[in-house]
Design a protein around this ligand. Structure first.
Ligand SMILES: NC(=O)C1=CN([C@@H]2O[C@H](COP(=O)(O)OP(=O)(O)OC[C@H]3O[C@@H](n4cnc5c(N)ncnc54)[C@H](O)[C@@H]3O)[C@@H](O)[C@H]2O)C=CC1
Ligand SMILES: O=C(CO)COP(=O)(O)O
Length: 357
């Protein structure tokens, strides 16, 4: 049964790409007023006229209570919840334009799976910087927009320290095809969704090169080990990666040609240059920048991440993938499951054990 939701005001979604559109429409399908903000006034006009975002999610009729707008103040003023589906490279600048119209009781939910260049900030950290005292949540999980648009069953995680926020977002998004689990580990949930994009590029590349399913399985499993090692070094709780926002999202993104990061990897595996692979996509593939940022951070902090290091060489320096793969296969063979949760890791602020509902 669909969750009944009450409302006193509208919901705002910033970002008129594929995920922003799907989030906005899932809420609007419940009859709630939703304002979907995007920069492009022509697209706004087209969406409101045709009731479809033909550029990003064709064949996906939009509910009557969804209104596209190019007026940021109109979208934000009086909104109860603001979802931010803006690519990481533009996230801070959009938030800076938005801040004047935000009020402390509004809930700000990032759906963006990326890292800011230079600062190494995740999006929730950017919100905390730009909107001090904001009520912050992060939404992440195996959520390919195009599958959600077909109402194929899936689930996500809403992570926040704010219990009322978690339950409000569960209420707003829950539907017969979409379940919403809760977590208190904002950083872990956000980090999982961000890191998995790197390995999706590698998975796409290995598929294009005709590598087998054993290879893909090894890649995903070692990716999880590497992500967890990175999380521990960053003071996060790696156990969160065992959930939907970690292994769940890693699996779908490494398996599906619907993933833009997978597609970038596939194109690279076919011999395209990085510029060609990205431009043919025409949508954001966060993993390219994330790979760069994580490689730099891992080098700086001396974190052992052979997949990241190898993929960086292939993607950014043009090293031949078969040679890189071969050299990785002769690396020192360490333990399979190498870490146990450090006893004091749970005490790290913001890295407490996640709680599912
Ligand atoms: N598409 C998907 O399946 C999912 C995407 N995400 C995440 O959501 C975020 C957004 O992704 P998508 O909507 O899929 O991307 P997209 O590439 O489909 O659309 C991005 C949108 O952001 C807009 N944009 C770019 N720069 C802007 C700026 N400076 N100001 C205002 N708008 C700007 C673009 O015009 C476009 O409408 C990404 O971080 C992605 O990782 C998360 C879950 C699923
Ligand atoms: O995060 C996603 C699915 O959960 C979408 O992945 P892509 O950005 O690679 O399409």
């Amino acid at each position: 049964m669909e969750t009944q939701v009450t409302h006193t005001s509208h919901i705002a979604v910033l970002g008129g790409g594929s995920f922003g559109t799907v989030i906005a429409n899932m809420v609007a399908e419940k009859g709630l007023p939703v304002r979907l903000w995007m920069r492009d006034a022509e697209r706004v006009e087209q969406i409101n006229r045709e009731r479809c975002n033909t550029r990003y999610v064709p064949d996906y009729p939009l509910a009557a209570s969804l209104e596209a707008t190019a007026d940021l103040s109109y979208a934000l003023k009086g909104a109860e919840v603001v979802f931010l589906s803006i690519p990481s490279h533009a996230f801070r600048s959009v938030l800076r334009q938005a801040v004047i119209d935000l009020t402390p009781e509004q809930m700000l939910i990032s759906t963006t799976k990326g890292i800011e260049t230079e600062s190494f900030s995740l999006m929730s950290e950017i919100i905390a910087d730009e909107v001090p005292g904001a009520r912050i949540g992060v939404l992440s999980g195996p959520n390919l927009a195009k599958e959600i648009a077909r109402r194929q069953l899936t689930a996500t995680v809403i992570a926040s320290q704010d219990e009322a926020l978690r339950s409000r977002i569960q209420q707003l998004l829950h539907s017969p095809y979409f379940r919403v689990y809760a977590s208190t580990d904002t950083y872990g949930v956000e980090l999982g969704g961000t890191l998995k994009n790197i390995y999706a590029i590698a998975a796409g590349m290995s598929a294009a090169l005709g590598m087998g399913e054993n290879t893909r399985s090894m890649l995903m499993t070692r990716a999880l080990a590497e992500m967890s090692r990175f999380a521990v070094s960053m003071g996060a709780n790696p156990m969160t990666f065992l959930g939907l926002a970690g292994v769940g999202d890693l699996i779908v993104t490494c398996m599906s040609p619907l993933s833009r990061n997978y597609r970038v990897g596939y194109a690279l595996g076919q011999g395209k240059t990085l510029d060609e692979a990205v431009s043919v996509l025409g949508e954001v593939a966060e993993g390219v920048n994330t790979l760069h940022q994580v490689r730099d951070k891992a080098s700086e902090m001396n974190i052992y991440m052979p997949l990241v290091m190898g993929l960086y060489e292939v993607v950014f320096t043009g090293a031949p993938v078969t040679e890189v793969a071969r050299s990785m296969m002769v690396n020192v063979q360490s333990s399979d499951v190498e870490f146990v949760l450090p006893r004091d890791a749970c005490a790290v602020s913001g890295a407490g054990p996640s709680s599912s509902q």
